[in-house]
Design a protein around this ligand. Structure first.
Ligand code: NAX
Length: 331
């Protein structure tokens, strides 16, 4: 007998990440090949967005996915989040031309107050929430504060795309397949201040900086390329990363639910418990291990050089600044 379907809410379902993400969930790539799903596809109450959502639903019907047991298409948050087991918060306004990061934070922040409340009031008690819509760390903080009945540990933001980007860069430089790269941490914010940690990453089981004997490249071009990869994709495609973002989210959810292979870890932005002197009260990316039974923990004791510690301080300062910009939304 197949298990009861998981109810999975996706906001911004008619957007470009939604388009790349929904078929992967329905095909079983996020929750496994035996797990039926019901998709709760949420969009803004706008004629064009809802028509596009209808189109996506028609296409999902036309895929005849065996695991897809139903779809809820709505702009009503109560209907959208009712009884969901996962809330994947992708929908947000994109950064417009000439828009400062502070403006984006102020524009998108309020979306996550109402979403957080809807999750609090209507989702299943075990619901886990993942934020992708930018600025994702701070939006996750807002949603978490507006869902006081849900455990804080059920909220995370996505830095897995950054982890995958960093792995791709190290693999290319070392001339190995990217599956050889492990222990790749992204510290801090999903932004240009993020810290891709080459000091603890491994290539074929050896420390990456011993395999790539080029500290100037690691400290310079490597970090910059990962930090700026999103902008490079926009320049090349005229649109922001979508298929790699959707893939990052599939990987993110799997690394929360599946047991992390021994000795490895993944990057997940979660509420800080004070580890690595990252102050409590912000959502920051850490090296995280999952036990496969729903539990996750921050990997402790990784050495960080003065170089990496200074960069971690900068990205944490940015997160604290973002929190101050939206402090009125934290309830
Ligand atoms: P699109 O503009 O293609 O789609 C966004 C969709 O969200 C639109 O259909 C819009 O109608 C909808 N939407 C807006 N506000 C909503 C709300 N309150 N409730 C429900 N739906 C809402 O953007 P897309 O390329 O899909 O990107 C979505 C978000 O992901 C953006 O904020 C983007 O910045 C962020 N990203 C985050 C990444 C990460 O690694 N954390 C990487 C990729 C991406 O840049």
């Amino acid at each position: 007998m197949s298990p009861a379907p998981l109810h999975v809410a996706v906001t911004g379902a008619a957007g470009q990440i939604g388009y790349a993400l929904l078929p992967r969930i329905a095909a079983g790539q996020m929750f496994g090949p035996d797990q039926p799903v019901v998709l709760h596809m949420i969009e803004i109450p706008n004629e064009k967005a809802l028509a596009a959502l209808d189109g996506v639903a028609m296409e999902l019907d036309d895929c005849a996915f065996p695991l897809l047991q139903g779809m809820v298409c709505t702009s009503d948050l109560e209907e959208g989040f009712k009884g969901v087991d996962w809330a994947l918060l992708v929908g947000a306004k994109p950064r417009g031309a000439g828009m400062e990061r502070n403006d984006l934070i102020k524009e998108n922040g309020p979306i996550f107050t109402s979403t957080g409340r809807a999750i609090n009031d209507h989702a299943n008690r075990g619901c886990r929430t993942v934020v992708v819509g930018n600025p994702c760390n701070t939006n996750a903080l807002i949603a978490m504060h507006n869902a006081p009945d849900m455990p804080q540990g059920s909220f995370s933001a996505m830095t897995r795309l950054d982890e995958n980007r960093a792995k791709a860069q190290l693999a290319a430089k070392a001339g190995v397949h990217h599956t050889q790269i492990t222990n790749m941490t992204i510290w801090g914010n999903h932004s240009a201040t993020q810290v891709p940690d080459f000091e603890n990453a491994k290539i074929g089981g050896k420390l990456a900086h011993e395999v790539i004997d080029d500290r100037a490249w690691l400290e310079g071009e490597f970090i910059k390329t990962v930090q700026q990869r999103g902008a490079a994709i926009i320049k090349a495609r005229g649109l922001s990363s979508a298929l790699s973002a959707a893939n990052g989210l599939v990987d993110h959810v799997r690394s929360l639910t599946e047991k992390t292979p021994d000795g490895d870890w993944h990057s997940v932005a979660i509420p800080s418990d004070g580890s690595y002197d990252v102050p409590k009260g912000i959502i920051s990316s850490f090296p995280v291990r999952a036990d496969g039974a729903g539990g996750i923990e921050i990997v402790q004791g990784l050495p960080l050089s003065d170089f990496a510690s200074a960069k971690l301080k900068d990205t944490v300062a940015e997160l604290e600044h973002e929190r101050s910009v939206i402090s009125n939304l934290l309830g």
